[in-house]
Design a protein around this ligand. Structure first.
Ligand SMILES: O=C1O[C@H](COP(=O)(O)O)[C@@H](O)[C@H](O)[C@H]1O
Length: 233
């Protein structure tokens, strides 16, 4: 990978990736707790992070001082099989991590904009910036809920947005979404992208090498520090 705006880290197995990423995240959270008394962790949903979550949940961290949130969420309650919060609850908030605090992006509300306002009000009071963000990526090049066909893509990709949480409307997303804003993601102390499989590698490389602005490339280019890309076949 020749792109200077990111650091490509390749692992021989998905298990080795999960171990390395969990160790790095644990180290970053522990350092944050030591320096400011608490830590903020934002994680992605979807299918990829399950093994990483299970591994991280076993790490010896002062989890009671860690606040966990999602990078993005579907506008569905945690009872839905499509809920990212349900994945976090089942795979990450267990073992040693069971005592961590979880702040959901989803709130029952009349519409996704109202839910985003509620999440914004709740998250605004935190001790920003995030210490650790672990992004994922879809095969369409979306990351967080920055979907290529989102009706408000310019706002979503705005590195100067003053908002913490944004509603997302994109046909390809399946249902309305909630996402942390670009500046809240890229200001993290540690920003990683976790992708697996040859297809996602090809999507990522094409995004970084082509001329089109894809959401994943926009995040990588807006980040003030090289994004660490964790990949395994
Ligand atoms: O919709 C989503 O998809 C991406 C990627 O998911 P995956 O199933 O391909 O791992 C994920 O990063 C995002 O958080 C999620 O909401």
């Amino acid at each position: 990978m020749s792109v200077k705006t990111c650091e490509w880290l390749e692992f021989s197995t998905r298990k080795a990736l999960a171990t390395a990423l969990a160790d790095t995240v644990a180290q970053r959270l522990t350092a944050a707790i030591e320096s400011r008394g608490g830590a903020l962790l934002a994680v992605s949903g979807g299918t990829t992070p399950a093994l990483f979550f299970e591994t991280l949940s076993t790490r010896a961290i002062a989890w009671s001082k860690v606040t966990v949130m999602l990078v993005d969420e579907r506008f569905v309650p945690s009872s839905s099989p499509r809920s990212n919060a349900a994945l976090v609850s089942e795979k990450l908030l267990r073992n040693k991590a069971a005592v961590a605090r979880f702040l959901p992006l989803y709130h029952p509300a009349q519409n996704v904009a109202a839910a985003a306002s509620r999440a914004e009000a709740e998250l605004l009071g935190l001790d920003w910036p995030l210490d650790v963000v672990v992004l994922g990526m879809g095969t369409d090049g979306h990351t967080a809920s920055f979907f290529p066909d989102a009706s408000t893509l310019d706002l979503l990709l705005d590195p100067a947005s003053s908002q913490v949480v944004l509603p997302v409307d994109a046909v390809s997303a399946g249902e309305p979404r909630l996402t942390l804003s670009m500046p809240r993601l890229i200001s993290a102390g540690f920003l990683a992208l976790h992708i697996e499989g040859q297809e996602k590698r090809a999507v990522f490389e094409a995004a970084m090498e082509g001329n089109a602005v894809t959401p994943i490339r926009a995040v990588i280019e807006a980040s003030p520090q090289p994004v660490k890309v964790f990949w395994a076949a």
